[in-house]
Design a protein around this ligand. Structure first.
Ligand SMILES: Cc1cc2nc3c(=O)[nH]c(=O)nc-3n(C[C@H](O)[C@H](O)[C@H](O)COP(=O)(O)O)c2cc1C
Length: 197
């Protein structure tokens, strides 16, 4: 049975178009999946505490309660074999809610380590991952895209390499544009899911 983790980083939470699309497709195409849904956009994670920052940057500091929230989020991630991240573009990049999740999940000596060449090496197992990206602009050509290369690099840092990006562009240009973006994303995502998880 597929264990799916469906995360929203939109201020609209589970009402975001990306989230509703992902939920509907999982229900139709992977009906026996055990799906865990989280709204980290509508109900933001707490800011990083000084204790957590110290724990990550002090030799021997990683034990203790400062990493408890981080641990919960990593365990939740480890438990899935299908990860779906639903996120808007905010100012060319990831929204603060997603950055906060990343700062909790990308933790040295837990989700990644550093090798003798000072490269970061992921400690989590790879898993099929979709990043559904919603933006006001059409995807190509109008502005820089820092989100895609950043998410590729971050997911690879923890060991997640099998990643597909699905873009819903022009989402602020009226109902017709939204419907077009949804149709295209629906087709791309259902083809990707149907071709095997
Ligand atoms: C603070 C903020 C910054 C945004 N920055 C961008 C941007 O840089 N590029 C873009 O195309 N859209 C930008 N948008 C528009 C959103 O990406 C767009 O409305 C998206 O569809 C929202 O998705 P959601 O409903 O899932 O939150 C921004 C929206 C907000 C609220």
């Amino acid at each position: 049975m597929t264990r799916a983790l469906l995360l929203s980083f939109s201020p609209h939470g589970k009402a975001a178009q990306t989230f509703k699309l992902a939920r509907a497709l999982l229900r139709d195409l992977v009906p026996d999946a055990a799906v865990t849904e989280r709204d980290y956009g509508g109900q933001a994670l707490p800011p990083l505490s000084r204790e957590y920052a110290n724990a990550l940057t002090t030799p021997g500091g990683l034990s203790g309660s400062a990493t408890a929230r981080s641990e919960e989020l990593i365990v939740e991630l480890e438990a899935c074999d299908l990860l779906v991240i639903c996120t808007p573009v905010h100012n060319f990049s990831v929204p603060a809610a997603l950055k906060s999740w990343i700062d909790h999940v990308v933790r040295i000596q837990r989700s990644f380590t550093v090798n003798a060449q000072f490269e970061k090496v992921g400690l989590l197992k790879d898993r099929r991952t979709f990043v559904l990206v919603s933006s006001g602009n059409a995807r190509k050509g109008h502005e820089p895209d820092f989100l895609t290369p950043y998410m590729h690099a971050i997911l690879a840092t923890v060991g997640i390499h099998t990643v597909d990006f699905i873009y819903l562009g022009a989402m602020v240009r009226g109902a017709e544009a939204v419907n077009r973006a949804l149709e295209l994303a629906h087709r791309q995502l259902s083809e990707a899911i149907s071709s095997g998880l």
